[in-house]
Design a binder for this molecule. Sequence first.
Ligand code: EPZ
Length: 417
Amino acid sequence: MDKLAIQGGTRLEGEICISGAKNAALPILCAALLTEETLHLDNLPKLRDISTSLTLLGHIGMQISLDETGGIDLQAARLDRLEAPYSLVKTMRASILVLGPLLARYGEARVSLPGGCAIGSRPVDLHIKGLKAMGAEISIEHGYIHAKAARLQGARIFMDSVTVTGTENLMMAASLAQGTTTLENAAREPEIVDLANCLIAMGADISGAGTDTVRIRGVGRLHGARFSIMPDRIETGTYLVAAAMTQGKIKLRQTRTDTLDAVIEKLREAGAKISCDQDTITLSMDRRPSAVNIKTAPYPAFPTDMQAQFMAMNCIAEGVSSITETIFENRFMHVQEMQRLGANIEIEGNTALVRGVDKLEGAMVMATDLRASASLVLAALVAEGETVIERIYHIDRGYERIEEKFNQLGAHVKRVH
Ligand code: EPZ
């Protein structure tokens, strides 16, 4: 298994380009199942989760071809099977996003339950509840969701808790249903807006995406389209935190400046100077960061996917801070690893108390989940000496060419096979 060997102590300086958003690309790839025509996508990030998703879609029977510019053509004219097997779903929970499209277009789907993951139980009960409200007959047998529906019917669905992929699954299912569906208490993440924009380009009739009430008027069929995936706001935030921690000065290109308000606010509170201009964000930090308190919540509040990165910054910041994780029940897997680097963190329930230390020391650490692994890279960038991070396949799931991009900014990161 690959490792990353990182020499700490360099300030990050320079500029890099941000890749397409993983969490927008994953539902949009599944949206291709909703039409027999070709969906052409650009700005798809080259990530492990994307290739897993393409493997799953290929298994179902989707025709997939890459063009010379890196764009991709997807066509679900004739499908071989209407199922997502456990062998694939267990490696990526977002595979559940084929359920809504398969049910809406083919009237049947057999999708493995995703099972838990490192950061929490992560049920899919709200996906199932919403599809049942639209008339689907659903049973759970031998770890698989069996769903059938001659034609889904529009319904008013109140989502008990805010769920990103739940909102996405139901939005895709409703786009071909008979009648109108209203999703109340819907998630508001920018990736949901991106999916809605792609579905609208394919002929769907959707309003309210990005608010807590999304209205979808079902249509008879969707057609092909060309669509470019939005930039990745979490990749953007991760590099911004890295620059703040190393007291550097970086410019991020091909990103969005309107999807990270809560994160930019916190970085300014920590002392960073940030300027935004169209698709570019510049950050400079000329002193040790001040500790900042964090509480995660659904968009537009502070994103849970940036919690571990801010914990890394708080570990070496001036002062004491509290970090409260309200979305997932076990998203502090990075704490023990950071303590190995010399961090001073105490956990009380879903809150971590962090006392900033003057320096961290390099050590062997282990990646556990995607964002926790990224936070270990950030900590390693400021730790004294060498840090070796094992099991970095977690990082490759969500960060395109991470060592190349960090080295482009002056870091010393080496991938060890
Ligand atoms: C999405 O996961 C993201 N993944 C996650 O990013 C992100 O952390 C999460 O949203 C929260 O923002 C993708 O978009 C592919 P949820 P998702 O459904 O949709 C509970 C990353 O690092 N819930 O919004 O699976 C659930 O237990 C990944 O890129 C139910 O109870 O998360 C959790 O506590 C990690 N029943 C909360 O809602 C359900 O049916 C939020 O989960 C669904 C969810």
